[in-house]
Design a protein around this ligand. Structure first.
Ligand SMILES: NC(=O)c1ccc[n+]([C@@H]2O[C@H](COP(=O)([O-])OP(=O)(O)OC[C@H]3O[C@@H](n4cnc5c(N)ncnc54)[C@H](OP(=O)(O)O)[C@@H]3O)[C@@H](O)[C@H]2O)c1
Length: 270
């Protein structure tokens, strides 16, 4: 990617973000978003990647409130212990636990799946949520560019290794689900098939948007395959909107300033 295309990628990502913020504000003026009411689901098991913070934490809390057995997959042991304790307190649900899974390491993902399968419990919901955004050029343990390796490849491998458990737990009319968290930046993302790792000219914006586009394409393809097999599993992809979380720690300082000053109003809150 040339410096000019890197600048274009940054502008496109910020334009996508601004469009989402405007849509959120408009929606709020028109009455806002009514939170759906779900029935209790005490017999179901969910894995949430990156459930130690932000949207993953809020998701784990909501699933635990419904009575689900929630397994948080994350790479921060010490933070996780506190998170699990808080979730149990906030939801009065003791079936919340943490299993180590560093999505930037294929070995760690395989070990996580082995540990999960040893528990001999079903799996009804897999939430592929964890991500990094616009980090400086870095590599995962396996040598992949971090956005591509962690956001996309990590979840691609995790989903494939857990698909047999999801298929075994799903029932017609009560399917098991893969829910992958993407972003509106996928609209402006491009797959750079000749330079997936941005080794020629790295753009953190282009790399993030590429990883989110890859997740959308993966989900669409997986859903097509599952439907063709008549499988009791659905693959879904969601955009949470612009939410006030720590994900923005690496973005352009002007955006961080806007988040600090106006995030409480313009961004969604957890
Ligand atoms: N916030 C937004 O406005 C927004 C907009 C569109 C899409 N999204 C998407 O929403 C999802 C959640 O984002 P967020 O805003 O909640 O971000 P966040 O607050 O930064 O949370 C990210 C989570 O991912 C975990 N994580 C990071 N690296 C990991 C690794 N190597 N292995 C396992 N877990 C790892 C983090 O763990 P630690 O707790 O240890 O840091 C954290 O729990 C992401 O997929 C993001 O792309 C967010």
């Amino acid at each position: 990617m040339s410096p000019l295309s890197a600048a274009r990628a940054a502008l496109r990502v910020y334009a996508a973000g601004a469009a989402v913020v405007l849509a959120q504000l408009l929606r709020r003026c028109l009455g806002g978003f009514a939170e759906p009411v779900f029935p209790p689901q005490p017999d179901r098991v969910a894995i949430v990647t990156g459930g130690t913070d932000g949207i993953g934490y809020a998701t784990a809390r909501q699933l635990a409130r419904l009575g689900m057995h929630v397994i948080i997959a994350g790479n921060n042991d010490s933070k996780a212990q506190d998170v699990v304790r808080r979730l149990k307190e906030e939801t009065s649900n003791d079936k919340v636990e943490f299993l180590y899974c560093d999505l930037a390491s294929l070995t760690s993902i395989r070990q996580f799946v082995q540990k999960f399968k040893k528990k001999k419990i079903p799996l009804h919901v897999l939430v592929n949520n964890a991500a990094v955004m616009m980090v400086p050029q870095r590599k995962t343990r396996d040598g992949f560019e971090e956005h591509f390796g962690l956001n996309y490849l990590g979840h691609f491998v995790l989903t494939n290794l857990l698909l047999d458990s999801l298929k075994a737990a799903g029932r017609p009319g009560r399917t098991a689900r893969v829910v992958t968290v993407s972003s509106a930046t996928h609209y402006v993302g491009e797959l750079r098939l000749r330079d997936l790792h941005g080794s020629r000219c790295y753009s953190p914006h282009g790399a993030y948007a590429q990883s989110k586009l890859a997740l959308v394409l993966f989900t669409y393809h997986l859903q097509r395959l599952l439907a063709a097999q008549g499988s009791p599993v659905t693959a879904n992809v969601a955009d949470p909107g612009v939410v006030d979380t720590d994900l923005y720690r690496h973005v352009f300082w002007g955006t961080r300033l806007i988040q600090k000053m106006l995030g409480w109003w313009a961004f969604k809150s957890l």
